[in-house]
Ligand binder design. Sequence first.
Ligand code: PMP
Length: 390
Amino acid sequence: ELGEWQHALRAQFPIITAHPEQAYLDSAATAQKPQAVLDAVHTYLTTTNANAGRGTYPWANRTTVLVEQARDRVKRFLGDPAPERSAVHFTSGTTEGLRTVARDWLPGLLADGDEIVVPFADHEANIVPWLEAQQHLARQGVRIRVRPMPYQRASGDYDHTALAETAGGRTRFVAATHVHHVYGGDMNIHRIRRAVGPDAVICLDAAQSIGHLPVSVAELDVDFVVFSGHKAMALPGTGAVWARRSRGPDFVPGGWSGTPNTVGIASLTAAMNWLDAAGTDRIEQWTVALASRLTDGLRHLDAYEILGCQTSLAADSPVQRRQGIVTFRHHAIDSSDLGFILFSHGFMVRSDQHCQGRAGERTGSVRVSPHVHNTVEEVDRLLAVLATLG
Ligand code: PMP
C-alpha cells in the first residue's frame, strides 16, 4: 500500500521522472519540487505578481493576503496550539532565520551572567550566530557564558544526561537541531526540555526535519522553530522563523525588511499543502525505511564506516530514532572521489565536509539523503555499487 502511494508521488516530480537512469539522493542539501509547487509559482507570476502591503489594486491586495495567509499556514503546518500568540517571520532560509533569532530575540531574553547552550557539532549556521550574539552583548556590558552542548559521539545524539547535569538555573537558552544533518538521528528534543526545565528557551533548527517528518511545536515544547523552504520542496530563498511568543504586532525582526520574496512564499504555501496531503508521517516511514535498508546493507560491507546513527529502529524505539540521512566513509577511497565514482553510476550524493562545526568530523564523508521520490531499487543498486568498491 505504501508502495502504491509512493509510486503516485514519485510521478509528480518532473525532474525525477525526466531522469529515470539517475537517482537523486541529496535531499538534505535541497529537495526537488513536485509539479504542484511549480504550478503555484507559474500561477502566481502569471496572475498576481505585485508587491505586498502597499497596493491599492487587486494584484497587490492579493499578494498581501497571500503573505498573511502563508503565516497562518506555517502555524498550522507546525501544529501551533496558540496561533494568536505566536509569530511567523519569513527569511531566506535557516541560516538567516537563526541569525534573526540571535540578533532580534536573543538579547531581550538574556541578562548579565546568563548561560546559553550551543551545539558545536551541529551545522555552522546553528553555531556562529550565537557566538556573534555573545560578542555583541559583551560590547554592551552583558556577559553571557556559552556552554557546549554535550554529545554522545557513538550515536551522534546529544548527551541529555550530561546536559541535565551541567545546565543550571542560569541556563536561559538552548540552540538545538531536530535531525542532525550528518548523523541522521532524531535528536530527542523532548529530552532537552526535560534536562533544562520549563523556563529555558529552546530554539530548534528544523532544516532537516520540516518536510521529512511531522513537526509539532506542541509536542516538542520548543520556543522557536527555524527552517528552510528549499529543503521542504519550496523555492530557494525561502524559509521561516516561528516564535512561540510574538513580540507584538509592531515588531518587525530586522526592521522593515523590504519587499518579501512573494513568489517564494507562494511556493512555500504550495509545498506545505502538498506535504500535508502526501502525509509527513508516511514520508517519514518511507525515508526511514530506505535509510534503514542502506544502513543495514552498509553494516555488512567491511570497507565502510557509518557515522552517527547506526540503528534502523522503529520510530517508537526508546533508543535514538533514525531519520532519512545516512553518512559513511570508505576506509581507503577519499569521499570526493567516492562522490565522483557514485555519480558515474548515476547517484547524486553529497561528499566531503558538510558545514559541520569544528567539534564535528575531521575527515570527509559521503551523505545519502533520500526523499519520497526515491525507491528501494535505487538503494539496492547503490549498495551493489558500494559492494564492488570493497
Ligand atoms: N541547519 C542544518 C541542520 C542544515 O542542514 C542546513 C543546510 N545544510 C542549514 C542549517 C542551513 O540551511 P540554509 O542553507 O538553507 O540556510
